[in-house]
Write a protein that binds this ligand. Structure first.
Ligand SMILES: C[S@@+](CC[C@H](N)C(=O)[O-])C[C@H]1O[C@@H](n2cnc3c(N)ncnc32)[C@H](O)[C@@H]1O
Length: 388
């Protein structure tokens, strides 16, 4: 496909997204319906769509309309490319620019538009981020780096990096965690590499690794990952300490890849569905990596940035409180309750912990950490609580 034809495809996909369809389903369906498009075309179109979603507000302003066409015009203008060179109407290119579209783009955009902050959550984001509001929102406009976690059970980080380098995959250590590697070349080869297939590395954000590093796991102890999902945190904990790991999720189908991932990593994890918890307590650590707005990960999931509002936030805060109440009852005397979100919003973070402590006076918070994309990885919050 020509660059102009890829832009025309992205315009169609963005129009369907603006009409309410989920982005991943749109991209999958587009790939099935356009078999002539090769892997490079599909990847390029995905990049165009995700770049546009990350910067939806500013690009719509630069392109003069909140339509697929307006977003692509804005994307080209933001990159300093004259859209007229691609909007030619020739072959599969988008139709030429109209008189209205030829008008100069606005020189100055309002702050929240320029940093692509969603209007619905702007007050809570401003309140939560304070002086970091603009830099963090600006950081969320960029593509996220690809990070790997070296499985320290099987090799050192340097050995994992050397094994990847032997297969042409460039990495560099990242300061957020002793296991974190930032991929600098050939990220698309990772899942075919021997290093990945043999469990030396896993894909995991560096801040997510830093959160796992904070969790107190006693050697030989019992650990419950209460909201295990794909098991990223379970595997990071198991990569650090030899202990007994149980993974639980309210939606057990989310854990379907965990047995294969645990097998690759050389660790044992017992899976528990919603009805299986009774009698499994007590645990030395119960980790609650709770469902949240995901605002710290909007670089990777930009769709959520525009489709999450105050009602979703209120619903999630209620779910998080319920999880903490339930999970705290499973912690052994002297054990720890871990809490984590990939959110930047205080209601899901420090305020959630303060509300838990107000409901449970026997508990105290011993550590809290807030990470934003300015630290290099996704935005995360983590706290460790112990019974007084
Ligand atoms: C942030 S994700 C977990 C990500 C995972 N820990 C990882 O690192 O890959 C949150 C998970 O919580 C699960 N969940 C939602 N409500 C829950 C509940 N009430 N109890 C337990 N798990 C729940 C969701 O199904 C989802 O898989």
């Amino acid at each position: 496909m020509t660059p102009a034809a890829r832009i025309a495809a992205a315009i169609g996909l963005l129009d369907a997204w603006l009409a309410g369809a989920p982005v991943e389903r749109l991209l999958t369906t587009w790939g099935r319906q356009n078999r002539y498009a090769g892997a490079k075309d599909r990847a390029a179109i995905r990049d165009l769509v995700f770049d546009a979603l990350r910067c939806r507000r500013s690009l719509a302003a630069l392109g003069g309309a909140e339509t697929g066409r307006g977003l692509m015009l804005g994307l080209l203008r933001a990159a300093g490319t004259d859209p007229g060179t691609l909007f030619t109407g020739a072959g599969h290119a988008p139709p030429p620019l109209t008189q209205a579209e030829l008008a100069p783009a606005p020189a100055d955009l309002p702050e929240e538009v320029a940093c692509d902050c969603p209007a619905a959550l702007a007050p809570v984001l401003r309140g939560s981020l304070g002086a970091d509001f603009v830099p963090v929102m600006q950081a969320l406009r960029q593509r996220a780096p690809v990070f790997l976690r070296a499985n320290l059970r099987l090799s050192t980080r340097d050995e994992a990096a050397a094994a990847l380098a032997a297969e042409g995959i460039g990495t560099q250590p990242h300061r957020l965690s002793p296991s974190a590697l930032e991929v600098t070349a050939n990220a698309r080869r990772i899942q075919q590499s021997r290093a990945w297939l043999e469990g030396l590395v896993e894909l995991q954000d560096a801040a997510s690794q830093a959160v796992a590093d904070m969790m107190p796991v006693p050697e030989g102890g019992r650990v419950l990952d209460f909201c295990a999902g794909g098991g990223g945190k379970t595997l990071a904990l198991a990569g650090r300490v030899a202990a007994r790991f149980l993974a639980h999720d309210a939606a057990p189908e989310r854990m379907r890849d965990l047995p294969a991932r645990a097998g690759r990593a050389g660790v044992a994890v017992t899976l528990l569905g919603p009805g299986d918890l009774a009698g499994t307590e007590p645990f030395d650590l119960v980790l609650c990596d709770v469902p949240c707005t995901g605002s710290g990960a909007w670089r990777r999931s930009p769709e959520a940035k525009w489709r999450t509002g105050p009602d979703d936030l209120a619903r999630l805060v209620g779910i998080q409180a319920g999880i903490l109440d339930r999970a705290s009852a499973l912690v052994a005397p002297g054990g720890a309750l871990g809490y984590a979100t990939c959110s930047l919003i205080e209601a899901e973070n420090g305020a959630q912990i303060a509300a838990f402590l107000a409901r449970h006076p026997g508990w105290a918070c011993v550590t809290e950490r807030r990470l934003t994309p300015l630290d290099g990885g996704d935005g995360f919050f983590a706290a460790i609580l112990r019974r007084n």
